[in-house]
Design a protein around this ligand. Structure first.
Ligand code: FAD
Length: 469
């Protein structure tokens, strides 16, 4: 048996805990069957945003006619793009692995781990068992495959496959309407694929605030190359020559033929083959690992973080959790996790960013609140750049409860709300009183917060009385 001070199962966000342990001269084992860096580096955040950024540039050029500009774009070479992206992200993963191999404090095991007791794992392809005095589990999630008749007999794409296609499909059917479907749908529709989305709910991005999901859904309905079948489920799938044929049931009963089928219908925790039954670790009904507010599992000395402990399934949440686990498992500080001010974003078109509660959540909780909504074209930069979108603020007695942004730069604009929530008091006044650069788009945020604030003199510019139509 090989013994370590810290055993990390999963080579994504969990490895960050190993860095602090190694700084303190602890011996660290990392077990990972795939490329290091987890889903984010090679299968998720970074490659998807590399593609989407290119789509955004194309869209900007296509939309430039609203400004009286005529920009022609040649057809993008998808194979060249995905190869470039693949080379970059795999180089990053390899560099990370090389860093661990060169480290005197780390041992990297290439294989899948399975627990035999609370602190010990067997690793496929490794003769000896590996034990950690303390253990961190960060094994993430995998795409779920819904029980659709015929799906096991056709070739379909997962989100990972869809990031690395060599050729632009003529027609792409997408099962699912969450953020991964909306992001990849945006990308493929932009590069010329005819995209059809089959979504069980009556709108896309169903977890977002009601105004946000309505705006995203309306934008997709208006888009060239996009067809939505909302309130509908894929009921049957079959091969038809080179194509895949898909029938839907529900509000739309149609048959769709496509060159490629992407299944983006949710994710499930990678705990099914982890040997959790041999340990004192408790899973919830859906297979996610249960943790306390210090992120320790029900097995003493075993912590878990990232997607495998459930929502929020975002990389920055996993990184934040890694700090708490490092504080507890390595530095023994007894910290509790605090997600205050944590935002998330959806890199589709329009861009979305949210922080805090949605209106539905506040209503369900019986919480009283007031709201303000400020449109992009009511701020000077929004007006002259002819942008649309909005910032919506939900607050109670001056405290920010939620902020939801739809429109250009939303993914960046949300951060002043995050910072106010995290290091300030999280009040409306803090954001309204911050001195915003003029005439940048951040005045859309100022405009929304200013409506709920009580300044002696409001200086937030309001250009809603003019338009550039
Ligand atoms: C297409 C896509 C786009 C995304 N875009 C974003 C985004 O823009 N922003 C954002 O914040 N988040 C995004 N995410 C989510 C983000 O990737 C995850 O939240 C994040 O990677 C979670 O980190 P993690 O370390 O918990 O899990 P992972 O990154 O999944 O890492 C878990 C690791 O554990 C390994 N593993 C699994 N089982 C075992 C085992 N038995 N033994 C050993 N190792 C094992 C896996 O191989 C994997 O490398 C995206 C995800 C996808 C799929």
């Amino acid at each position: 048996m090989q013994e370590f001070d810290l055993l990390i199962v999963g080579g994504g966000s969990g490895t960050q805990v190993g860095s602090l342990a190694a700084d303190r001269d602890m011996s660290v084992a990392v077990v990972e069957p795939g490329p290091l860096g987890g889903a984010c580096i090679t299968r998720g955040c970074v490659p998807s945003k590399a593609l989407i950024h290119r789509a955004d540039v194309i869209r900007e050029a296509q939309r430039a006619d609203r400004l009286g500009l005529d920009i022609e774009i040649s057809e993008p070479d998808l194979g060249a793009t995905t190869e470039e992206v693949r080379n970059t992200v795999y180089e990053k993963a390899e560099n990370q692995a090389a860093g661990l191999r060169e480290s005197d404090d780390h041992t990297l095991y290439d294989g899948k781990a399975r627990f035999v007791d609370d602190r010990t794992v067997e690793i496929e392809g490794v003769d000896e068992r590996v034990r950690g005095e303390r253990v961190v589990i960060a094994v993430g999630t995998s795409p779920t495959v819904p029980p659709i008749e015929g799906l096991d007999e056709v070739e379909f794409l997962t989100s990972e496959d869809a990031l690395y296609l060599d050729e632009t499909p003529e027609k792409l059917a997408i099962i699912g309407g969450g953020y991964i479907a909306a992001e990849l749908g945006h990308f493929y529709a932009t590069i010329g694929t005819e995209v059809t989305i089959i979504q069980r709910d009556g709108f896309l991005v169903p977890r977002e605030d009601s105004d946000v999901r309505a705006a995203v859904t309306a934008a997709f309905e208006d888009r060239e190359n996009c067809t939505l079948h909302l309130g509908s489920e894929a009921s049957e799938v079959e091969n038809r020559g080179e194509q895949v044929a898909l029938s839907t049931a529900g509000d739309s009963e149609v048959e769709i033929e496509a060159d490629e089928l992407l299944v983006a219908a949710g994710r499930a925790p990678n705990t099914d083959e982890l040997g959790v039954e041999e340990t004192g670790i408790v899973l919830d009904d859906t297979g996610y690992i249960e943790v306390d507010d210090g992120l320790e599992t029900s097995a003493e000395g075993v912590w878990a973080l990232g997607d495998v402990i459930g929502a929020p399934l975002f990389k920055h949440a996993a990184d934040h959790e890694a700090r708490t686990v490092a504080a507890n498992a390595v530095a023994e500080r007894g910290e509790t996790i605090d997600y205050t001010g944590m935002a998330h974003a959806i890199f589709t078109e329009p861009k979305v960013a949210s922080c805090g509660k949605t209106e539905d959540e506040l209503e369900e909780a019986g919480q009283e609140y007031e709201r303000a909504r400020f449109e992009y074209d009511s701020a000077p930069m929004g007006t002259v750049a002819k942008e649309t979108g909005f910032v919506k603020v939900l607050a109670s007695e001056g405290t920010v409860l939620g902020c939801h942004i739809v429109g250009p730069e939303a993914t960046t604009l949300i951060h002043e709300v995050s910072v106010a929530g995290r290091v300030g008091e999280g009040t409306v006044e803090e954001i309204a009183e911050a001195i915003h650069v003029h005439p940048a788009l951040n005045e859309v945020v100022l405009g929304a917060f200013d409506e709920l604030a009580d300044p002696l003199l409001s200086t937030a510019p309001d250009w809603s009385d003019v338009s550039m139509e």
